[in-house]
Design a protein. Structure first.
Length: 225
């Protein structure tokens, strides 16, 4: 049986995606080769400062959003959030991060790094952790290279994927998929060729149940019509 294909859309700067990373890891451990997760990015924070100021203008602006993020984080023991999140440092755009991360994905695709090292997953988590716990401006290319260097990644090879335009092409594919599937929420999981989706803060058991249902009832056998 072919593995269940799952599109996973997230934004690096999204608190809910930060929280959900452990659920994604658990899915891979539980289902192994029975699922194939394709990670993509949705630019929820593509214009971060302006968006938050507009959306939270009546609720305290960036300070109000910072308080909201901290309150959310208190409910989840596996993450920590800096008390000055989004106020002392406000990354201009998550799109810069997503471009850089696609360059890392290309290194894996081209076997320029060991695939079994899960480099893409590691650096995606490193970006999130650096922002949420250390207030690192992960939109800044210098900061991105510092994180990559700390993980022992080949800096010149990463830059080459960006300079060649290939990382931009991968990012453009994300934009097209976001439009095709009308993704507006981070994280979003899409199953069954777009016929099923789970948006936002969805518990692990709910995700697991959806996958088990698909495994026990292949797509061609689901309709009663």
């Amino acid at each position: 049986m072919e593995p269940i294909r799952i599109f996973y859309f997230s934004d690096v700067l999204c608190i809910w995606a930060y929280i959900a990373q452990t659920r994604l890891d658990e899915l891979k451990t539980t289902f192994e080769d029975k699922i194939a997760i394709a990670q993509h990015f949705v630019p929820v924070f593509g214009v971060a400062h302006e968006k938050l100021e507009n959306l939270w203008r009546e609720r305290g602006g960036l300070q109000g959003y910072s308080h909201h993020v901290q309150e959310v984080a208190k409910k989840f023991a596996h993450i920590t959030v800096h008390p000055d999140i989004w106020t002392k440092v406000t990354p201009p755009s998550s799109t810069s991060c997503h471009l850089f991360l696609h360059a890392i994905q290309l290194l894996e695709t081209k076997d320029l790094v060991e695939r079994n090292q899960q480099v893409f997953e590691k650096i995606t988590w490193a970006f999130r952790e650096a922002f949420f716990t250390q207030l690192a401006n992960v939109s800044d290319r210098k900061v991105q290279f510092e994180i990559a260097d700390n993980l022992g990644l080949p800096i010149a090879a990463i830059q080459a994927q960006i300079d060649s335009g290939e990382a931009y092409a991968q990012l453009s594919k994300d934009f097209e998929l976001v439009k095709e599937h009308t993704v507006t929420v981070s994280p979003t999981l899409i199953f069954n060729e777009g016929r099923q989706r789970l948006n936002g803060n969805v518990g692990y058991r709910v995700i697991e149940t959806n996958i088990r249902e698909l495994l026990h009832n292949p797509p061609g056998e689901q309709s009663w019509c």
